[in-house]
Design a protein around this ligand. Structure first.
Ligand SMILES: Nc1ncnc2c1ncn2[C@@H]1O[C@H](COP(=O)(O)OP(=O)(O)OP(=O)(O)O)[C@@H](O)[C@H]1O
Ligand SMILES: [Mg+2]
Length: 386
């Protein structure tokens, strides 16, 4: 177990090229599991390669247990990495591939054999131990590559999308296995994934990256419920958060956001009026499961016709048009409204997120006096058209 700290890490692949990593600041406690997510090309693999020592950094420092390792060779660092593109030794059998790192460390044969058997069982590749990599499918090769890392007990594990070549069922099984393994071994881990569920369920912390910059670093719950900006809010969550462009109106000291369907309109209290609201525009962020469709009498409703329904199994997704934007609502699985059916949409004002439509920044609006004084009468004003 070890702590891992990245201080102001920069990486450029050459003069004249834009920085691939910029001002990376991360701090991972001993035994923690960090998930690194971000769109293709944002620098995830580059960051992993820098931590492993396969790439040099252009600035900053990388510390393991408080010691700067940025000048050390990959071997000295005692970090095991599973690559995005698995690199197995083609002339060695699966057993030899997994045992390789242990042999180099000159461990006793019995220990090596026991370790190979253990990881082969964990990864369900016991029947493949005598084969060569060329005789394996992509997913099987990926599991062998993983086995090679797991057979070691390094200070830190780095996983770069290790499950991306596996079929859906095996992926779910492996996800659970990785979590169980981490609970048992408590090895400090950095894990890159594109998978929303892996991102939310596997890690203690999540770092969301874009264009070589960490956009937000926090617990999965913080990232999901309290996103730092529009990018993080849109990247995390499946189906994604809805973003409804609001028509913003000023009434006294109070700002209101108008949401309209063909069937009606409602006004949401946004808080104290701020200069610039109308110029940059405001996006209302609301997750599909946060739009209620019941008849909570404390919240007025907005009637809206269902355009399309998608029963996914565990829930039903219903799409409506609000402010000319497709908006997804998550309903209970047994509820499958027909196209054209009117839903009574209800927003919880305390759960609404607001974003600057021009810059993507989160907007934090101060409460107005009026809201406090007359909260009962103006919490949410709705009216039905025609
Ligand atoms: N050896 C290299 N020389 C120059 N540029 C590189 C090199 N390796 C990567 N890059 C560039 O650095 C950026 C980040 O690449 P990286 O592989 O780290 O992205 P990633 O986040 O892992 O993407 P993906 O999700 O597709 O794996 C990309 O623009 C890529 O083209
Ligand atoms: Mg990558």
């Amino acid at each position: 177990m070890a702590t891992l700290e990245l201080r102001n890490v920069h990486k450029s692949y050459g003069q004249g090229l834009a920085d691939t990593l910029r001002q990376i600041e991360l701090s991972i406690e001993s035994g923690e599991f960090l998930i690194l997510v971000g769109p293709s090309g944002c620098g995830k693999s580059t960051l992993m390669n820098c931590i492993a020592g396969l790439e040099t950094i252009s600035g900053g420092s990388i510390l393991v247990d408080g010691v700067d390792i940025s000048q050390q060779s990959p071997k000295e660092r005692d970090i095991a990495m599973v690559f995005q593109s698995y690199a197995l030794y083609p002339t060695m059998s699966v057993r030899e591939n997994i045992a390789f790192g242990l042999k180099i460390r000159k461990l006793p044969v019995e220990t090596i054999n026991a370790e190979v058997e253990r990881v082969a069982k964990l990864l369900q590749i016991e029947h493949l131990l005598t084969r060569k990599p060329a005789q394996l499918s992509g997913g099987q090769q990926q599991r062998v590559a993983m086995g090679r890392a797991l057979a070691r007990r390094p200070k830190i594990y780095l996983f770069d999308e290790p499950l991306s070549n596996l079929d859906a069922k095996l992926r779910v099984e492996m996800r659970t296995e990785i979590k169980l393994m981490h609970q048992r071994l408590k090895t400090t881990t950095v894990y890159v994934t594109h998978d929303q569920i892996e991102a939310m369920t596997l890690g203690d912390k999540v770092a969301v990256m874009k264009d070589g910059i960490i956009q937000q670093f926090g617990t999965p719950q913080q990232i999901y419920n309290d996103p730092a900006n529009h990018f993080v809010a849109s990247f995390i969550g499946s189906p994604p958060m809805n973003f409804i462009p609001l028509a913003v109106q000023q009434r006294g000291a109070q700002a209101w956001g108008v949401v309209e369907s063909v069937q009606g309109r409602c006004e949401l209290p946004l808080g104290q009026w701020q200069a610039g609201l109308q110029e940059h525009g405001v996006l209302l962020g609301v997750r599909p499961e946060q739009i209620r469709t019941g008849d909570d009498s404390s919240l007025p409703g907005l009637p809206a016709a269902v355009a399309v329904t998608e029963p996914t199994g565990p829930d039903t997704l219903a799409f409506v048009s609000l402010n000319n934007t497709h908006v997804c609502c998550r309903l209970a699985p047994e509820r499958v409204p027909a196209a054209g059916e009117i839903l009574n949409l209800q927003f919880d004002p305390s759960r609404l997120l607001l974003f600057n439509a021009a810059t993507g920044e989160r907007l934090f609006m101060a409460e107005t006096r009026a809201q406090v004084d007359e909260s009962a009468s103006i919490t949410l004003a709705a009216q039905v058209n025609g």
